[in-house]
Design a protein around this ligand. Structure first.
Ligand SMILES: Cc1cc2nc3c(=O)[nH]c(=O)nc-3n(C[C@H](O)[C@H](O)[C@H](O)COP(=O)(O)OP(=O)(O)OC[C@H]3O[C@@H](n4cnc5c(N)ncnc54)[C@H](O)[C@@H]3O)c2cc1C
Length: 493
């Protein structure tokens, strides 16, 4: 069947829109017809660069509503996007046609005995974390509570608990999925196993998940967590410490210690820092942060303490790092193997500093990230077990250039692409010297983390050797390519 040209719904008559309204309990908000104060806030996204004026926004109140809306989309061949937490870096939850906005479907129930959470498809990570924490359990989710479970689960999902329990997607037990014809099916190890394979890393290529069932884990209520920042003259020592932190601390903690480097620019100079998280008591946690204290002096306000796990993911604590006027960004990433080439890290920080220096006023809150987590649990799952294809150990280097003015969008997108291309090039050359397979080599896992990417990468870089099976499944579950926003796989290409 292949891709057919989808329409944005602007020509639908009011009778047709009324038929949609009368088929669901939830709201249908229409551009130019619904009050602006109702319509406009629904377009808001974490990354304002991707705000698009959708013609129709549907806010389902139930799975039946989702099903009826998908049938409507199919009948009128509409362009459709799924929005859950609206936290994606790139723009798949935006579009000019119809948005299925899952924000009113956030009910979570926890079975403490079975250690399972059932979450509606629009739940935020924090909804599940809070419900689980109330009974002494934890789900695997990402670093912040505000991301939707919809995007993070279907895209893979990495969090502080991944070193112990794998990806968010690896902790998915079952899902209810709305397919392109509006039917709802179960995907699990028992039913529709191929679909279950596909929704764990294949994004929304095969359908909209209306309900996720997750495995939960026993946990102490508190963890030892915080951040440490250092003066600019410590940058070289900080980068040299990364291999030590990874090898001698992270990798010797049985998955309990997560340590991520971040670098910001202040007054034209790089300010290095580490976010730390230890799943255990303070006395033990202190041993893991000793090298950071030795690296000191640390900036005032730095430090770690015992906190509830949900406090460590609370978006409010990060909000001050992202003042509201800085709300346009391209986040992108690549992966570098261990032992890290300190020379590449230094060049990356230097390059980052140079880019920010070109527009210090506009780019001042930009961040560079070095993810030093233990990925052996994630990498222990066979590459063909799920669609997710980035199962290898390595340090994720993420760059978030964040700016404040719409007129910089085009330029900054290019700057970011050039930046990451150059870093990838350095890594590629280094890998060649060391004989390590690289992105696009087809034989190994990819080195791209699609959830932190510009949305524009080659499909083979996202799905690696799983791309062939993705195409087969697309042919089966979405031959008309209704779901075409998040790395859509075209079976014909
Ligand atoms: C501040 C911040 C911190 C982050 N931290 C982490 C982190 O620690 N670890 C990590 O792995 N990622 C992280 N991310 C990336 C994040 O996981 C992705 O951006 C994810 O896509 C967000 O999901 P969402 O539902 O909020 O996104 P949305 O923008 O609402 O949706 C994005 C896309 O996800 C798919 N999708 C969403 N809901 C569903 C559904 N119910 N069924 C099927 N498909 C669906 C659709 O393709 C949709 O277009 C972070 C992002 C931000 C902005």
């Amino acid at each position: 069947m292949g891709r057919s040209k989808r329409v944005d719904g602007s020509n639908l008559s009011s009778e047709t829109l009324d038929s949609l309204r009368s088929s669901i309990k939830g709201k249908v908000v229409v551009k130019g017809q619904s009050p602006e104060e109702e319509y406009r806030p629904l377009l808001e996204r974490w990354n304002r660069m991707h705000i698009k004026e959708a013609n129709i926004i549907v806010l389902p109140e139930s799975e039946e509503d989702v099903s009826a809306t998908v049938k409507f989309v199919a009948e009128h061949n509409l362009d459709v996007a799924i929005a859950s937490g609206r936290h994606t870096y790139s723009g798949p939850s935006s579009g000019y046609g119809l948005i299925i906005d899952m924000r009113n479907l956030r009910k979570v129930s926890v079975d403490a005995e079975k250690m399972v959470a059932v979450a509606q498809g629009g739940s935020l990570a924090g909804d599940i974390e809070s419900a689980a924490e109330a009974v002494g359990l934890r789900p695997v989710m990402g670093a912040v509570n505000a991301t939707g479970c919809g995007g993070i689960t279907t895209g893979g999902g990495i969090g502080n608990l991944s070193a112990q329990y794998g990806l968010v997607a690896d902790n998915l037990l079952a899902a209810r999925v709305a397919l392109a014809d509006g039917s709802i099916v179960i995907a699990s190890e028992e039913e529709n196993q191929d679909l279950f394979w596909g929704i764990r890393g294949g994004g929304s290529n095969f359908g909209l998940v209306t309900e996720f069932t997750y495995k939960l884990h026993k946990a102490d209520p508190q963890v030892y967590s915080g951040f440490f920042m250092f003066p600019p003259d410590k940058v070289d020592a900080y980068l040299e410490l990364m291999n030590v932190m990874h090898q001698d601390y992270v990798m010797k903690s049985n998955g309990k210690f997560a340590c991520n480097g971040f670098t910001a620019i202040m007054g034209g100079n790089p300010i290095p820092g580490f976010l730390v998280w230890y799943d255990g008591p303070e006395e033990e946690g202190k041993k893991y942060i000793q090298p950071l204290l030795d690296l000191g002096p640390i900036y005032p306000g730095s430090g770690a303490e015992m906190k509830c796990h949900t406090e460590t993911t609370d978006w409010k604590q990060f909000e001050k790092m992202f003042p509201p006027q800085f709300n346009r960004l391209v986040g992108t990433s690549t992966q570098i193997s261990y032992p890290l080439s300190v020379d590449i890290l230094k060049r990356t920080v230097q390059k980052f500093k140079e880019v920010v220096a070109t527009r210090p006023e506009n780019l001042s809150v930009s961040k560079l990230l070095f993810d030093l987590r233990d990925y052996s649990k994630v990498a222990s799952v066979p590459l063909d077990a799920t669609a997710y294809a980035n199962r290898r150990e390595g340090c994720l280097i993420g760059v978030d250039f964040i700016w404040d003015k719409e007129e910089l969008d085009k330029e900054m997108m290019q700057v970011t692409k050039d930046f990451i291309a150059e870093v990838r090039d350095w890594i590629k050359q280094d890998n060649e010297q060391k004989g390590i397979a690289d992105v696009g080599a087809h034989v190994a896992a990819t080195t791209l983390y699609a959830l932190v990417s510009d949305g524009d990468e080659k499909l083979v870089s996202v799905f690696g050797p799983n791309l062939g099976r993705m195409k087969e499944l697309k042919k089966k579950y979405d031959p008309g390519m209704m779901w075409d926003k998040w790395y859509p796989v075209d079976p014909e290409v």
